[in-house]
Design a protein around this ligand. Structure first.
Ligand code: PRP
Ligand code: URA
Length: 221
């Protein structure tokens, strides 16, 4: 995992190592000619890479086990409880990767949608695990554009007593402007992202981006 910084405030930004496998899947994701099936297949691979990287932010303790050769092996186990909260609709696409990677865990949902004209995010529904304040919360949403949706989600979590420092936001593509906004307002937040893109277009879509993630993943474009 690479920690990159384009402002001192951004030391909590963790960009996945740009391995050939990740880049090949991101290329499929970004290619406007990829089919629905190709998009979903690549997105699911990328989600698993992001999920396993995000678990680096969960504390561990030493665990000693006995192996089949009757020797001991000193390993680790996670020592903090974890839950995930997905921002509907697109964030839901990342849930099964988190479950496959971490194992069974409580799942909360926030329905947040951007207004198609103003790009302003609105919160319509919120249900999070009752003991979320005692857990590391993996917040799932693949696209960070203006940051409005994720900021609304983080505020909903903080309003329900989740500590900002226990939130890890998992993203596929994050705009520089969105990262700046998020980490300026929430400096203790951690962001794990597969890519950082330079700009937004006049409709507040990420450039170069991958288009409307939710539409492409769910085949509604
Ligand atoms: C998309 C995306 C983020 C949001 C990012 O959701 O999944 O939630 O836009 O934009 P922002 O950073 O400018 O807020 P959208 O509202 O399009 O809904 P969807 O998940 O149904 O596609
Ligand atoms: N939502 C998306 O799905 N894509 C973007 O580029 C911006 C917001």
């Amino acid at each position: 995992m690479t920690v990159i910084s384009f402002k001192s405030v951004q030391t909590n930004l963790h960009v996945l190592d740009q391995t050939p496998f990740l880049l090949s899947q991101m290329t499929i994701l970004r290619d406007s000619t990829s089919s629905h099936a190709e998009f979903v297949h690549a997105a699911n691979h990328i989600s698993r890479l992001i999920a396993s990287s995000a678990l680096s932010h969960v504390r561990t303790t030493k665990k000693i086990v006995r192996t089949h050769s009757n020797e001991t092996y000193t390993g680790i186990q996670f020592s903090q409880k974890v839950c995930c909260v997905s921002i509907l609709r697109a964030g839901e696409s990342m849930e099964s990767a988190v479950r496959e990677t971490y194992g069974p865990l409580p799942v909360g949902k926030l329905l947040i949608q951007r207004d198609e004209v103003t790009s302003k995010a609105e919160l319509f529904y919120c249900k999070i695990p009752g003991d979320a304040p005692e857990r590391v919360v993996l917040l799932l949403d693949p696209m960070l554009a203006t940051g409005g949706s994720v900021m609304l989600a983080i505020q909903a979590l903080i309003d329900r007593n989740v500590d900002e420092s226990n939130i890890v936001y998992l993203s596929f593509i994050s705009s520089r402007a969105g990262i700046d906004r998020l980490l300026t307002k929430y400096p203790k937040l951690r962001i794990v992202t597969a890519a950082v893109d330079p700009t937004l277009n006049e409709e507040n879509y990420i450039v170069p981006g991958c288009g409307d993630f939710g539409d492409r993943y769910y085949g509604t474009s």
